[in-house]
Design a protein around this ligand. Structure first.
Ligand code: SF4
Ligand code: SF4
Length: 82
């Protein structure tokens, strides 16, 4: 099951969202610190929205170019054919 995404290192590429067959990860506008003090900016970052739907397929961990997604090998439900 997906555990964590190291968001400070995330580029926001969205690949983890695209390759997830269970629609667990959703790209979401998230407030982040800007380089200019006092200025709030938003960045499109992945959110683990439906962790309980994760089928532990490891796609997000394998395809993340930054290798910052952590999936643990505990299968709670069986993968569907896709
Ligand atoms: S392990 Fe598979 S089902 Fe779970 S969040 Fe990652 S891509 Fe989605
Ligand atoms: S694939 Fe990796 S770098 Fe790209 S949005 Fe997902 S966590 Fe971030």
């Amino acid at each position: 099951m997906i555990e964590t995404i190291d968001l400070p290192r995330c580029t926001g590429c969205g690949i983890c969202d695209i390759v997830c067959p269970a629609d667990v990860i959703h790209m979401t506008e998230t407030p982040v610190e800007s380089e200019v003090p006092g200025l709030t900016v938003t960045k499109l970052l992945p959110v683990i929205k439906f962790r309980e739907h994760c089928i532990t397929c490891f796609n997000c961990e394998i395809f993340c170019p930054e290798k910052i997604v952590d999936v643990h090998p505990v299968v709670k439900s069986h993968p569907r054919a896709w």
